[in-house]
Design a protein around this ligand. Structure first.
Ligand SMILES: O=c1ccn([C@@H]2O[C@H](COP(=O)(O)O)[C@@H](O)[C@H]2O)c(=O)[nH]1
Length: 231
């Protein structure tokens, strides 16, 4: 299943709901730290009840017991996807995955590898990681899979290597998407929606190119068409 996930990076419930009112179809949306910390779990429930699918992007990163508790708390929200940071390590990811093991219908649990705002240089010079960025993503993706998670968040640029090492079924959810006309902004590793399709991303995550567009519906439809390759 391939899809476009819209990042609802809005400051308030009012802004997020006004944005959603532009659309007449059910969407796959991402609720991240900005909106969740402003409005809390009730808004997640409200948007879910409107018929939208939800990626709850809170990127948990803490000791295993705390992350397991956080994942457990999120289960009542009935989200479709949620995530942790792979750099929290195996025990943390296994503790998170364990919270889902007996559920009849599991949300997709992902781990963020290396944020798409991080460049090769930043990785080496600020984070002191000497290996090439693609190798670091592959190492973290391999750890994620062996810890029992369903997939990773990475750039589409790393998808071919991740899929060839870990298999097609291991999911890749990829932000850092910019149509040709858009600035990269704070993103360091960017590709177009069409390139993401060619590279094999399962899902693309798109925020500002849609939420800040003059016509968000037209921007969404154009990005979706380019990603899904529909005419
Ligand atoms: O590595 C990552 C992980 C998460 N994100 C999130 O995706 C969106 C991207 O928004 P744009 O406006 O399209 O840049 C945003 O919510 C990030 O928190 C990411 O960009 N990179």
């Amino acid at each position: 299943m391939n899809d476009v996930i819209i990042a609802l990076d809005h400051a308030s419930r009012e802004e997020a709901l006004a944005f959603l009112q532009n659309f007449s179809e059910p969407l796959y949306v991402k609720i991240g730290m900005e909106l969740f910390y402003a409005e809390g779990p009730d808004l997640v429930r409200e948007i879910k009840a409107m018929g939208h699918k939800i990626f709850l992007d809170l990127k948990f990163h803490d000791i295993p017991n705390t992350v397991a508790g956080a994942v457990k708390s999120c289960l009542s929200l009935d989200v479709d996807m949620l995530n942790v940071h792979a750099t929290g390590g195996r025990r943390m990811m296994e503790a998170a995955a364990k919270m889902l093991q007996d559920l009849p219908q599991k949300p997709i649990l992902l781990a963020v590898t290396i944020l798409t705002s991080i460049s090769e240089e930043t990785l080496r010079e600020e984070l002191m990681v000497e290996e090439p960025l693609e190798e670091a993503v592959l190492r973290l993706a391999t750890l994620t899979q062996s810890s029992g998670l369903a997939g990773v968040v990475c750039s589409p640029l790393e998808v071919p290597k991740v899929k060839s090492r870990l298999g097609k079924a291991f999911l890749t959810v990829t932000p850092g998407i910019r149509p040709l006309s858009e600035d990269a902004g704070d993103q360091a590793r960017v590709v177009t929606p069409a390139m993401a399709r060619e590279l094999g991303s399962d899902y693309i995550v798109v925020g500002r190119p849609i939420t800040q567009a003059k016509d968000p519906v037209a921007a969404y439809q154009s990005i979706k068409k380019d990603f899904l390759g529909e005419v």
